[in-house]
Unconditional design. Structure first.
Length: 395
């Protein structure tokens, strides 16, 4: 009898374990980069630079995630993920001073105090109707770009800065537009829904500002739609952030890809519109590539409407263990009364799979700027060429 009870208990324990999962995962990415105009000398002129890079293709990270089967096709999920720097072991969690965060917003700005799980911290439920997550989650624009849906590089090469007529301009400009400089990668205090029905996927998200008396200032609303088949994918997303004055900054994406004879062709367009007087734009631009002295935003709240647009196109091909991608990006920054700032970027990247967990990679890029105010770009070159080699390990 005792043996039977022990056997039943063992089976019950095994069944419970089989219905839940717990995974520790991570990615380590590092390399060496050479830029022809990657740094400024004491005199203010650009010069070549060789540097160690953390997160060349993708940000290094460490995370844990789990799923519990609740029965009847329902599940509970959680995910905690932190970024890190291989070069020195530091966390990538942002530390933002109180003065740098608008009093009306805890959503637009990634909160500081050395955020432990700066990449993701969420808990949620999943059923046949979709998945809903609560917490710090990625934005839909990042989801589409990072999954190679609308960006041929899949948000690779977005952690690397160079001087090309504007300081800290990334080889992949989507790292600025859909990136930490504009706080569009992740949102705090969010409720995010995603559902997939046959070939069609939809998403909705809302981020609460948490202000007394009103939830509007600092809140954001997002939507996403995607249609996928084995041959092609087309997708779009919309994002609106509101400040205390009722002004809205919007970020819209549209694009897709098609595979023909093994070649994957990807194209996309991403546009951000910021109305003059939009309150968070002061800190947004102050921390970005377009702040003084390099860009034409001289700090403070912008008094004129500003539009940033990135159009991209690329081709990818898998040749045995080699994954080869070539991409072109056109970036245009427009503001009333000022000349358009334009950047043309070209990139080629080759990844060689040593193992399912390990890649070696090499990358080359060239960026040229035009139309920038020379008085604000003194000493900066209008072109930059870069070359990168590195290794990535996933577990």
């Amino acid at each position: 009898m005792k043996k039977s009870l022990v056997a039943l208990a063992a089976l019950a324990s095994f069944g419970a374990m089989a219905q839940s999962s717990f995974t520790v995962y991570g990615l380590l990415d590092a390399g060496i980069r050479q830029d022809s105009n990657g740094a400024k000398s004491a005199a203010g002129t650009t010069q070549s630079q060789t540097q160690f890079l953390n997160g060349v293709l993708n940000t290094s990270r460490f995370g844990i995630k789990g799923t519990q089967d609740l029965g009847s096709g329902n599940k509970a999920n959680f995910k905690l993920e932190s970024g890190l720097k291989v070069g020195n072991g530091e966390s990538t969690g942002n530390t933002v001073t109180t003065s740098a965060v608008p009093a009306t917003s805890t959503t637009v700005y990634q909160n500081g105090n050395s955020t432990l799980f700066d990449r993701t911290a969420s808990v949620g439920l999943q059923s046949s109707l979709g998945m809903i997550d609560f917490g710090r989650v990625t934005a839909f624009a990042y989801d589409l770009a990072g999954s190679y849906t609308i960006d041929p590089m899949g948000m690779e090469m977005t952690n690397n800065n160079q001087n090309t007529g504007a300081k800290a301009f990334n080889p992949n400009p989507l790292g600025l537009l859909i990136g930490s400089s504009f706080y569009t990668v992740r949102r705090d205090n969010s409720i995010k829904y995603m559902g997939t029905f046959d070939n069609f996927s939809v998403g909705l998200a809302y981020s609460l500002a948490g202000n007394a008396g009103s939830q509007t200032p600092g809140s954001s609303t997002q939507a996403m739609a995607k249609y996928s088949t084995p041959m092609f994918t087309i997708a779009a997303s919309g994002d609106s952030i509101q400040d205390a004055n009722g002004l809205k900054q919007t970020l819209n994406t549209f694009g897709g890809n098609v595979t023909v004879s093994g070649f994957k062709l990807t194209a996309g367009t991403t546009q951000m519109k910021t109305p003059g007087g939009f309150a968070p734009v002061a800190q947004t631009f102050a921390n970005s590539a377009y702040s003084s002295p390099a860009g034409y935003i001289s700090g403070g709240v912008s008094t004129a409407d500003t539009k940033l647009n990135v159009n991209d196109f690329g081709v990818a091909y898998q040749l045995g263990s080699y994954n080869i991608v070539g991409a072109y990006y056109n970036t245009k920054i427009q503001q009333a009364g000022l000349s358009d700032n334009t950047f043309d970027s070209y990139m080629v990247r080759v990844r060689y799979a040593l193992h399912s967990t390990t890649d070696l990679f090499v990358e080359a890029d060239s960026t040229k700027s035009s139309g920038l105010d020379s008085s604000k770009t003194a000493g900066l070159s209008s072109t930059n060429t870069g070359f990168t080699v590195g290794v990535q390990y996933r577990f």
